[in-house]
Structures are given as structure tokens and as C-alpha cells.
Design a protein around this ligand. Structure first.
Ligand SMILES: Cc1cc2nc3c(=O)[nH]c(=O)nc-3n(C[C@H](O)[C@H](O)[C@H](O)COP(=O)(O)OP(=O)(O)OC[C@H]3O[C@@H](n4cnc5c(N)ncnc54)[C@H](O)[C@@H]3O)c2cc1C
Length: 376
């Protein structure tokens, strides 16, 4: 333990959360600091999985579940000498003692792990709006959610997706692809709320053309075994319901540790992702960063998936501006309804490339159909 004198780099680095941000931090750190002890604490059953591929495994476009899991703990130990603790939850940060309290979720055993540097990458939790029956609906956020959803989809003939942001749209796409009659219910008058209406409307038309029943300005009031009840009293029947209305950053540990929080609800970080504690860094969904154009943002609170969060907890006007970070996601989701009907899985390809699942080869074929002339 302690700083290595030769390099003054931290010797023991503990990372909370072992997926996108956490595992990127761990492997990058190993490349720049060969002798550091790197410990990853992950409360789920897998690290380094491709979140963005989950909807596409539901649809069978990514046929093998194993393709989603990019690294196993054993490989990470062997290749990078990184110690991964699965099903282990960080429950508290003691900044004075520089320790993290962790509990093994299988054995119940708790202990403290000392750190020289701590990286927070605990991500977000899908938001369940406060409506009756919501706890029985599916969400899609991790491999466990996906397994539950796929088990239900095995026998389902019809499905409802609540939320017309990018995860709702991707999931609806894949349920249709599976042959399930799917209705997408969105409270706003358009899909993908951060798009201008001129961009969003063709999306609705094309999604309907491809077999998705899109209901706009339809507010879900209750979720039942039979489907959903809307605010106007009408009902939609379905065998399964999925709620995809945004997510909230997992900031509890940071708040309890007294780290500085930003006005958008994230952990404030500087240009090097360092928090208000010089020994703690934060990355991914929990980090809130000042940007050169003057506003800061927690990704999921302003994301297109965050329709309900957006409606229920409005942000100050300045924070509603679009984020450049979202653009690749938007374009991936746009690709499905707009691509030619005979081009299967068009939206999965750019996503898979971004997830690192494969390297795309240049293509001369346009990715989308041109817009019909009446929209020009
Ligand atoms: C279905 C889906 C599709 C997506 N598609 C895209 C896309 O196309 N493009 C895009 O840019 N983004 C996409 N995203 C969002 C992207 O996955 C997230 O922005 C990114 O994963 C955030 O990285 P992170 O490290 O902050 O959190 P995550 O990658 O979610 O990792 C957080 C991890 O921390 C663990 N954890 C949380 N709290 C604790 C604790 N107390 N102790 C131990 N472990 C803890 C969690 O179990 C989780 O595994 C998608 C997300 C989903 C769910």
C-alpha cells in the first residue's frame, strides 16, 4: 500500500463498477502503470459486457449470449493482472481512512478494502415511474434483466414497450424482429424527444411501416397482467410489458461520502475526471462535467430514453440542450426504421462496432433510404 516512490502513481486502485467506465479505467490503468494493484468491485454477475448489444440479443440479431460478454474475470486476471470481485457490492466509502466497505452478496461477508485511489463507475438504474403495477414490468439494463425478458418473450405473442427513447425503440425493433406483435407507447407527441419534430416524424412513419404499432401522446396510468391502461381510460392488451423510460445515476455512495454534487445531480469532476476528493475519480453515467460551452450534464437525465424522467423532474432550461455525446446513439436508433426493408439488422452494425464486438468494413451501400420527397 501507498504511493510508489519512483512514479508517485497510486499503488492500490479500487474501482467500483466493472462494465463500461470501470473496466475501461482498469485496463487503461494497467497499460500505464504495470505494478499497480487493481481491484474491481462489481455487484452484478458479469463485468465488461456490451450493454448496447442487449436489445439485439433479445431480437436474435446477436445470436449468442456469450458474444455480449467481452471479458471473464479469469481472463482479466491472466492478461491484465486485475482482481475482479463479482456479486460484491460497495456499501460505503470512508474517505478519512481511504477504505471502501464491500459485501459479498452470495455469502453476506463484509470487509473493508484500502485504496490509494478510488474510481467510481457505478452507472445508472432504470427508472420505474410511480404507476400501479410498474414493479411487475420488465426493464432492460443488464444481463439478468435480459435473461428475464427473453424467458418471457419465449411464449409471448404480443408486447408493449413504454417509452419511445432509444432503448425503447431498439427493444421494440427487436421484439418485432422476433415476430412479436409490439405496441410502443410514448407520452410525448413524438419519438426520440431530443430530435427536432421534422426529424422525428419520418421515424414514426417508418416504424409503423415496419410493423410497430406506435401510440403517441398516450400516457400509461397502470400496468396490469393483461397489458396497460392509458390516461384516457382505454386499454392495450399484451402478454408482456417493458418499461424503458430512462435511468437515474447511482450517486448514493458519492452523496453519502460527501463528494461535491452538481446541479444536474451528478458527481462533479474536473478535466481529469477527478472529484472534489483528490483521491477519488468518477466516470460514466454518474460523472457531471463542465463543458467548454458552459453547461454540464448527467447523460441519462437528458437522454432521449429519459422521457419520463424528463417530464417528472424537469431540468433548468439550459441543461435541456442536446448533448453531442448522444448523437451516435441517436443515429444508431434512427437507422432501423429508415433503412430499406430488405436490409436486416442495419442498426445493429454501427452499434456493434461501437461496442467493440467487431470491426466494420467500409461499405459503398448507403445505410439509410433517402427521405421521401415530401419531407425535403
Ligand atoms: C440496453 C442499453 C443500450 C445502450 N446503448 C447505448 C448506445 O448505443 N450508445 C451509448 O453510448 N450508450 C448506450 N447505453 C448506455 C451505456 O451502456 C452507459 O452509458 C454506460 O454503460 C455507462 O457506463 P458506466 O461505467 O457509468 O456504467 P455501467 O456500464 O452501467 O456499469 C456500472 C456497473 O456498476 C455496478 N455497480 C453499481 N453500483 C455498484 C456498487 N455499489 N458496488 C459494486 N458495483 C456496482 C453495476 O452493477 C454495473 O454493472 C446503453 C445502455 C443500455 C442499458
Amino acid at each position: 500500500m501507498g504511493m510508489t516512490s519512483a512514479t508517485s502513481l497510486p499503488h492500490t486502485v479500487v474501482i467500483i463498477g466493472g462494465v463500461a467506465g470501470g473496466m475501461s479505467a482498469a485496463t487503461r490503468l494497467r497499460r500505464i502503470h504495470e505494478s499497480a494493484e487493481i481491484i474491481v468491485i462489481e455487484r452484478g454477475g458479469a463485468v465488461s459486457f456490451a450493454n448496447c448489444g442487449l436489445p439485439y440479443h433479445v431480437g436474435g440479431v446477436i445470436p449468442h449470449r456469450g458474444s455480449l460478454v467481452l471479458q471473464q474475470p479469469e481472463q482479466l486476471k491472466k492478461r491484465f493482472n486485475i482482481d475482479v470481485h463479482l456479486r460484491t457490492e460497495a456499501t460505503a466509502i470512508n474517505r478519512d481512512a481511504k477504505t471502501v466497505s464491500v459485501t459479498n452478496r452470495e455469502t453476506g461477508e463484509s470487509r473493508d478494502i484500502a485504496y490509494d485511489a478510488l474510481v467510481l463507475s457505478p452507472g445508472s438504474t432504470p427508472f420505474r415511474p410511480p404507476i400501479p403495477g410498474v414493479e411487475d414490468a420488465h426493464v432492460l439494463w443488464n444481463l439478468d434483466d435480459m435473461d428475464r425478458l427473453m424467458a418471457a418473450a419465449e411464449t409471448a405473442k404480443s408486447a408493449i414497450v413504454v417509452g419511445g427513447g432509444f432503448i425503447g425503440l431498439e427493444l421494440a425493433e427487436n421484439l418485432v424482429h422476433r415476430g412479436i406483435t409490439t405496441t410502443l407507447v410514448e407520452a410525448l407527441p413524438q419519438l426520440m424527444p431530443t430530435l427536432d419534430v421534422e426529424m422525428a416524424w419520418p421515424l414514426v412513419e417508418r416504424a409503423r411501416f415496419r410493423g410497430l404499432d406506435v401510440r403517441l401522446q398516450a400516457q400509461v396510468q397502470a400496468i396490469t397482467d393483461a397489458g396497460v391502461t392509458l390516461a384516457d381510460g382505454s386499454t392495450i392488451d399484451a402478454d408482456m410489458t417493458v418499461v424503458a423510460v430512462g435511468a437515474r445515476p447511482n450517486i448514493e455512495l458519492a452523496v453519502e461520502a460527501g463528494l461535491e454534487m452538481g446541479e444536474a445531480g451528478g458527481v462533479v469532476v474536473d478535466d481529469q475526471q477527478r472529484t472534489s476528493d483528490p483521491h477519488i475519480w468518477a466516470v460514466g453515467d454518474v460523472a457531471q462535467k463542465k463543458r467548454p460551452d458552459g453547461f454540464s450534464l448527467v447523460p441519462w437525465r437528458g437522454s432521449p430514453t429519459g422521457t419520463a424522467v424528463w417530464l417528472l423532474t424537469p431540468l433548468p432550461a439550459g441543461q435541456r440542450k442536446r448533448s453531442r455525446r448522444l448523437e451516435p446513439r441517436l443515429w444508431a436508433s434512427l437507422a432501423w426504421p429508415l433503412r430499406p426493408p430488405d436490409t436486416p439488422s442495419g442498426s445493429w452494425l454501427p452499434k456493434a462496432a461501437r461496442c467493440g464486438l467487431f470491426t466494420p468494413t467500409p461499405s459503398t451501400t448507403p445505410a439509410t433510404t433517402p427521405m421521401p420527397s415530401r419531407w425535403h
